[in-house]
Design a protein around this ligand. Structure first.
Ligand code: DAK
Length: 265
């Protein structure tokens, strides 16, 4: 089969699709275990931003394949980079743009989630992992250290002891350990990891969009605020929702014993 005759999907490293209110992004760089080249990161960010702007999309799902979510940044691209190139590359900005997405993001992870792959999963709001998922920050093995949240988000998720072990020795966590340490939300059989994640994404998409976005923001901010400031912040987000039509609809639907019809207003 020549490149011209291959199905389009085989040629695209990032494949997007929509399922109801869920915008899906699938990493499809099979031969390199979904290594996050600059091009792949740019496409992920672009897809996320399209979904962010589309009011019909209420939740985003990102996944890879059974063998790999992503085995990290593309080492072959990084090998000869200079300090100046790294510091001035658009790559950090791409990570920041992912962080600014306000809609909930679910990661469906199977196989390797290493280095930047683990960091990408940790940027998401929920990780549904297959039993074969493996999480790690092995950058120290190749002469560097995590650069996109691996010392910060990982430490907040699993605590200093386990984070230090992973970052300093390159130790990987299997799915059960990741669940025990609070890195992932659910571990499910390999055959169903994608379906389970999609189901979770649909559950989120069925909720009032503003409520889901505010809830995401509240939990995300919990990690970088004092308890007192966080509680005050949460209260303001909570009050804000009483200005939405969806709050009235949700509570009326409860009283009338019917399913709510949310409009995102
Ligand atoms: N980059 C490029 N290619 C990769 C890759 C990677 N990270 N990981 C795997 N591959 C490629 C391999 O080179 C191989 O390609 P061919 O040789 O066949 O052409 C193919 O994928 C299959 O890999 P293996 O033959 O190695 O498969 P195995 O099953 O034997 O091993 C493995 C799987 C995942 C254990 C192994 O491939 C591995 O150790 N991969 C590297 C994992 C790693 O070190 N990841 C961290 C990379 S550093 C930044 C922010 C973040 C970052 C950088 C910058 N800024 C904000 C600027 C992040 C840095 C990183 O992630």
């Amino acid at each position: 089969m020549t490149a011209q005759t291959q199905p389009r999907e085989l040629l695209e490293e990032v494949v997007t699709s929509v399922d109801g209110g869920v915008g899906i992004v699938r990493l499809n760089r099979l031969k390199a275990l979904n290594a996050l080249s600059y091009g792949v990161m740019q496409k992920i960010v672009e897809a996320f931003e399209v979904y962010e702007r589309d009011p019909s999309i209420r939740c985003i799902l990102i996944t890879g394949n059974e063998r790999a979510f992503a085995a990290g940044a593309d080492i072959k691209e990084l090998e000869n980079a200079t300090v100046v190139e790294m510091a001035s590359s658009l790559q950090m900005e791409r990570w920041d743009r992912i962080r600014r997405i306000s809609k909930p993001i679910v990661a469906a992870v199977s196989g390797f989630a290493l280095g930047g792959g683990c960091e990408l999963a940790m940027c998401c709001d929920m990780i549904v992992a297959s039993e074969t998922a493996v999480f790690g920050q092995p950058e120290v093995e190749i002469g560097v250290m995590p650069g996109a949240g691996g010392t910060q988000r990982l430490t907040r998720a699993v605590g200093k002891a386990v984070a230090m072990d992973m970052v300093l020795t390159g130790r990987r966590l299997d799915a059960k350990e990741a669940l025990a340490h609070g890195l992932v939300s659910r571990v499910v059989p390999l055959e169903s990891f994608y379906d389970e994640a999609l189901k979770a994404a649909h559950a989120i998409a069925s909720k009032a969009p503003m409520a889901a976005r505010m809830a995401k923001e509240g939990v995300a901010r919990a990690l970088d605020m004092s308890l007192e400031a966080g509680l005050a912040y949460e209260r303001r987000l909570f009050y804000l929702l009483f200005g939405t039509e969806d709050q009235k609809e949700g509570m009326a639907a409860f009283r009338e014993k019917r399913a709510p019809q949310y409009k995102g207003k």
